[in-house]
Design a protein around this ligand. Structure first.
Ligand SMILES: [Zn+2]
Length: 257
């Protein structure tokens, strides 16, 4: 699982430009005015998010459906924040919009363009680490937007749980590359040789992150995907060795290493 570089852009740097990108009409101006009043709330919540993410405790943030506008009885709703993300941040490619610029920058943080959740598919979209439908405060917060593939995005959202052991690894903050958490075993008495992958729960290392990886692997069915890929590779390689041997071309086999 790739550890990505934390986004270097904060919500403060583009939020006003983002909301100003709505056409001027009575309805939009009413919305823009209310969205501008929660700017400081979003900035302070972003700081809180980063503090919690650094200690893998984002699961303590309470789900909500609206954002209270300070010094007012009014709120910004979940739907309004979701549409701010969809219409103003995702926007359309090559639109030159500031929101799209931020979207493309965040997508570019993927290592080798690959999804950090599964490491097998290209990251073609952004995932809300805390889903926008349940945490609208973070709908356009850069550190909550993770480049990922479409499959992981929908699987994760469909079964989101904020139980401590059921959160995903956060690619910007959780570094799981400093302990062993995946083991591959060769299955006994099986021909052709087959490999099986399993997440190892390391209680003496980081049990919280190990449990999260195990949950993530189960949800995304990664153990069997990795096994299938390894088995395919091995069988392909074995066939090429046997073919070269049978054709008497031992030299070709030597050179293929
Ligand atoms: Zn993925």
């Amino acid at each position: 699982m790739d550890k990505l570089i934390e986004p270097s852009i904060s919500i403060e740097e583009f939020y006003i430009e983002l909301i100003e990108n709505k056409r001027n009409n009575e309805k939009n101006n009413f919305l823009k005015n209310r969205l501008s009043k929660i700017k400081d709330v979003l900035i302070s919540e972003e700081k809180n998010y980063i503090d919690l993410a650094k200690t893998s405790t984002l699961h303590t943030i309470v789900e909500h459906t609206e954002i209270q506008i300070p010094k007012s009885s009014d709120v910004v709703t979940k739907d309004e924040m979701e549409s701010l993300y969809t219409q103003n941040l995702v926007s359309s490619p090559n639109s030159g919009d500031r929101g799209r610029e931020v979207y493309d920058y965040l997508k570019s943080l993927a290592l080798d363009k690959m999804c950090p959740y599964c490491s097998i598919t290209k990251a073609r979209t952004l995932d809300h680490y805390l889903p926008k439908a349940k945490f609208p405060t973070f709908a356009v917060t850069p550190v909550n937007l993770v480049p990922c593939c479409r499959d992981c995005n929908s699987e994760k959202d469909a079964s989101f749980s904020n139980a401590a052991n059921e959160m995903f690894i956060h690619p910007y903050y959780d570094d799981v590359n400093n302990f062993i958490w995946l083991v591959a075993i060769v299955e006994e008495n099986v021909w052709p040789i087959s490999f099986k992958y399993n997440v190892k729960i390391s209680y003496n290392q980081n049990s919280l992150l190990s449990n999260r990886i195990a949950h993530q692997y189960e949800l995304l069915d990664l153990n069997s995907t990795f096994s299938d890929k390894a088995n395919r590779q091995f069988r392909y390689r074995l066939k090429s060795i046997v073919d070269n041997y049978n054709s008497g071309d031992i030299e070709a086999e030597k050179f293929s290493y």
